[in-house]
Design a protein around this ligand. Structure first.
Ligand code: ZN
Length: 168
């Protein structure tokens, strides 16, 4: 994967160094350690009349594939607040977050960027619902109708969890 080369503090060179048994990027000038974390994301399973809402992606990766609405959290944003914001941005829908379904690690693209995905169950409250932002279509699917082309492993796992709940 592309690695950072310069220190964000002093612009010195970053070097791979061993720190407490792990190899980290460390600045050779000021000693700053660049810690890497999985990026926090939310995805939402909005349910209505026994069906879950999926959104079709208008952008890469996975352009044209179905997806759970959601996205990357902003700095300092609570995951459930991020869920509400993303739904509004992508579909115009206002939601009530019902509960946390699960949390899954995944990889975004093929550049070694890992994501920490909070999956929420939610119900629609209203709004002017239409595809917005990077979404090109909105669809509703019963447990037996989930399409094969769902983007991202973590979304497929969340939908499997949802299906199990619905069928039990
Ligand atoms: Zn530095």
């Amino acid at each position: 994967m592309p690695e950072f080369r310069f220190c964000p503090v002093c612009a010195g060179q970053l070097e791979m160094k061993k720190r407490e048994d792990k190899v980290r990027l460390v600045c050779n000038k000021c000693g700053y350690v660049l810690y890497r974390n999985s990026k926090p994301c939310t995805a939402v399973l909005v349910e209505n009349d026994g069906k879950v809402m999926l959104t079709r992606r208008g952008i890469e990766p996975y352009k044209d594939w179905w997806d759970l609405p959601g996205g990357f959290l902003e700095n300092g944003e609570a995951p459930d607040e991020g869920a509400k914001r993303e739904l509004l941005e992508e579909t115009g829908m206002e939601i009530e977050v019902v509960e946390l379904l699960d949390i899954k690690i995944d990889e975004y693209g093929d550049m070694g960027i890992y994501t920490l995905n909070f999956h929420y169950l939610a119900k629609p409250l209203g709004g002017e619902i239409r595809p917005k932002s990077d979404v090109i279509e909105i669809g509703w699917f019963s447990p037996g109708e989930i399409p094969d082309n769902v983007a991202f492993e973590n979304c497929r796992l969340a939908l499997e969890n949802w299906k199990k709940r619905k069928l039990n």
